[in-house]
Ligand binder design. Structure first.
Ligand SMILES: C[S@@+](CC[C@H](N)C(=O)[O-])C[C@H]1O[C@@H](n2cnc3c(N)ncnc32)[C@H](O)[C@@H]1O
Length: 214
């Protein structure tokens, strides 16, 4: 998903994302931003000799406005990702690749409320399912992904929770996982509030009639 001239990776940790992007020629220059000492040192070691700068800073405090064309934030919770983006709105570039480990709905909602169009969403294969979202700043008030979803009978809340493109593409793996999750939750004698909310959301998808069509 990443192809740009100047790219920043916020929370670079080991530094391998930028190293891979530079080695593949997908970016020309990388900025690794870290706010913890050991990951900062690890990023410096990995990126030594690459066209990259490693900065010790808290999120976008480590970037100047318009310094990069795109940025990634991977491997954090959705709440942390949004906090980083909201701390310096004027430093957020037009292109974002975000990989929240949890609370993904918070990221999709933030993007829509801040006029970032959801270009695509993909997930890792095998093992744990990690979702990777790519966004582009837009002037349009409406995001076509959510408009199309609405035409298929699904409201935006379901889009934030499960991903409009995953739903529109009828992502087979997600469909299988949600079917399993729903069967499991239905068998539970008691549910926490969180599990009940989740079960209701999957049931609403089922009721929307197309997601579980066989
Ligand atoms: C779980 S690691 C993920 C590392 C890498 N992005 C990945 O996906 O493999 C999160 C990293 O983000 C860093 N981090 C968390 N909050 C940060 C912030 N506000 N500014 C810079 N780095 C941050 C942490 O120190 C840690 O190295």
């Amino acid at each position: 998903m990443i192809r740009s001239e100047r790219h920043a990776d916020i929370g670079s940790d080991h530094g391998h994302l930028l190293a891979a992007l530079l080695a593949a020629g997908r970016i020309e220059f990388g900025f690794a931003i870290e706010n913890k000492r050991q990951p900062f040192e690890n990023s410096k070691a990995t990126l030594n000799g690459y066209a990259a700068e490693v900065r010790f800073a808290d999120g976008l405090a480590g970037l100047r406005p318009a310094e990069v064309d795109s940025l990634s934030i991977c491997g954090m919770g959705g709440g942390s990702i949004v906090r980083i983006l909201e701390a310096f709105p004027e430093r957020v570039p037009d292109r974002l690749m975000l990989q929240p480990n949890k609370s993904i709905n918070v990221v999709r909602r933030w993007a829509r409320n801040n006029r970032f169009k959801l270009l695509d969403e993909r997930c890792t294969q095998g093992g744990r399912r990690f979702e990777i979202l790519s966004f582009q700043r837009t002037d349009q008030a409406e995001d076509p992904a959510y408009q199309q979803l609405q035409q298929r009978g699904c409201d935006s809340e379901l889009g934030y929770e499960f991903g409009p493109w995953f739903l529109l593409r009828q992502d087979a793996e997600l469909r299988r996982l949600l079917r399993e999750e729903l069967d499991y939750l239905k068998k539970m004698p008691a549910l926490t509030d969180e599990s009940r909310t989740r079960m209701e959301a999957i049931s609403r998808l089922e009721a929307a009639g197309y997601f579980f069509s066989r």
